[in-house]
Design a protein around this ligand. Structure first.
Ligand code: AMP
Ligand code: MN
Ligand code: MN
Ligand code: MN
Length: 277
């Protein structure tokens, strides 16, 4: 039986629908051996996940998915095997929480101008104690009949030039990688083929990531078919990055990102888990 790694997942601590302890139990039941919880811009789910993992035969890796800005584009950097309690992580998550809160209020104001009232209050209610994200606004917009599904909401409201879009000045790529390193972690560029950028811009991003001491690239993600996995593997080789694998699981309803359901890493790559002891 192969060892199963799933190194990119979300819980209710951000925009996932499963609580941290349940996520760990579910991963264990699905045969995952090594699980990283990587919520957006927060480490708040990790303590609960760790307690749950202690009673099960599963290795929990402390992680985070940090929002960063590079060349006016938002990119996601996963930090794996971080120390969630270290001051560098506390500092970055505190400032990201403030940025998210300000953005959420401005999204609420913009949607109110477009005739949609109480969006901020509802998004916050849906997020509960978790990080508030565009996904929570999108859940509210679907529930209140403003759009038929998530994809539709994003297209019509939550992206650039649409009524509910607010740009965020996320920390730079350089700062983000540095904060992961300060926390003793490994920096992974998440879902490289999902950014809406040309191939030449993606190559510039990967070169910048490598120049700033980025460690690894997600070669296998829940979203990718085999040709995309091979393409990402090519980038791992070209930029001499280690290779990670993660479903980006958020909920049961999203068929293309199911927990622990990942194709194998192509041969000849350095798996990211060889980067930590
Ligand atoms: P945020 O980090 O607050 O900007 O929210 C981004 C989150 O919204 C992502 O992590 C996804 O979970 C979700 N998301 C982004 N784009 C889409 C889309 N086109 N359709 C559905 N969900 C999306
Ligand atoms: Mn998300
Ligand atoms: Mn992401
Ligand atoms: Mn993610």
């Amino acid at each position: 039986m192969p060892t199963i790694y799933d190194l990119h997942t979300h819980s209710t601590a951000s925009d996932g629908s499963v609580e941290p302890a349940q996520l760990v139990a579910k991963a264990n039941a699905l045969g995952v051996h090594h699980l990283a919880l990587t919520d957006h811009d927060t480490v708040n789910g990790l303590a609960e996940a760790r307690t749950a993992a202690a009673n099960l035969d599963i290795n929990l890796i402390d992680g985070i998915e940090l929002s960063a800005k590079w060349d006016r584009t938002t990119v996601h950097i996963v930090g794996l095997n971080i120390d969630p309690d270290c001051p560098a992580m506390q500092q970055v998550t505190t400032s990201l929480a403030e940025l998210r809160e300000e953005r959420a209020m401005r999204i609420g104001e913009k949607l109110a101008k477009a005739g949609i009232e109480q969006a901020y209050e509802n998004a916050k209610r849906i997020a509960g104690p978790g990080t508030v994200t565009r996904q929570h606004f999108s859940q509210f917009l679907v529930a209140s009949g403003h759009a038929k599904n998530q994809a539709d909401v994003f297209k019509r409201y939550m992206v650039r030039n649409k009524p509910g879009y607010v740009a965020v000045d996320w920390p730079s790529l350089e700062e983000t990688i540095a904060s992961i390193h300060h926390a003793g972690g490994v920096a992974v560029i998440a879902h490289p083929l999902r950014y809406r950028m040309t191939a030449s811009k993606l190559r510039r991003l990967l070169a910048a990531f490598k120049d700033n001491a980025g460690d690894a690239i997600e070669v296998v993600t829940g979203h990718n078919d085999r040709a995309e996995v091979e393409r990402a593997a090519g980038y791992a080789r070209k930029y001499e990055l280690a290779a990670s694998t993660g479903s980006d699981f958020h909920n049961q309803q999203t068929p293309w990102s199911q927990l622990g359901k990942l194709s194998t890493l192509p041969a000849g790559l350095t798996p990211v888990w060889q980067c930590w002891p």
